[in-house]
Structures are given as structure tokens and as C-alpha cells.
Design a protein around this ligand. Sequence first.
Ligand SMILES: [Cu+2]
Length: 153
Amino acid sequence: MRRTLTALATAISFTLAATLALAPGASASNVMVTKAYARASATPTAEAGAAYVSLMAHGEADRLLVVSSPAAKMAALHKTVEEDGVMKMEHVDALEIPANGMLEMKPGGYHIMLMGLAQPLKEGDEIEITLTFEKAGEVKVKARVGGVAAGTN
Ligand SMILES: [Cu+2]
């Protein structure tokens, strides 16, 4: 009897999971986050840092709208652009991940700007980043802190 109940409970939870996964607009994410990393702070007094993620959309397109991290007071989407030979950073409102496509953040391009670091980023540490997508909702990732020039090789 006990076995039957367990089997039944398992069957119900499977059905529930399947239903949730198929529900329209469910937060079961179509977006896969890979290669999440941050750069170590170059100085112990650094107040800003950068983190990078690669985003893959399995299916329809999505947009990354908001980023945040407990490692910093504020986080924002930035793009590095070159203007008259000078590197500048621009604020980006949203990042589009094309349907069945990929968007790769990297040094010199799109990045997650961390402002007001709680403490300098140390190589080997891990920070949490929350990404909020238009369709996929909130996705939390752990980003490993690499060297000060991580991502350029
Ligand atoms: Cu920036």
C-alpha cells in the first residue's frame, strides 16, 4: 500500500511538473546561461567591476532587461564602444537574444557593470548575479571571478 502511494505521489508530481512546463508564460526558462564570469579587481580600492555571461535562447527570442547582484550596490547593462579612438561605456536598456541564437558578453563589448562593490572581487571567488528576462523571468547564476584580464584570451 505504501508503495502504491509513493508511486501515485510520484506520478502526480510528474504530471504537475509537465503541466507547469507547458503552461504559457511559465518561467521554465528557454534561456540558457553559460560562461558566467567576472574580472578580479585590479586594486583593493576598486569600486566598480565587470561580469560577463553568454545567453542562448532555445526557441523564441527573449530580452535581458535587468541585472543585479548582492556583490554590488548597483548593476547595469553596459556596452563598450570606441569613439574617436577613445573607449567609452554606454548604458544599454535591454539586450536582445535572437530566437535560437546566442548573445555573448565579453570585454570590449556588452558587460554587466557592477557599481559600488561590497568588496573587491578576488580571483577564485564566486558572485551571484540575477538576470531578469522579459519572457524567462528571473534567472540566478553564479559567476566565477577570474583574473584581472579574464575573457581577453
Ligand atoms: Cu561598464
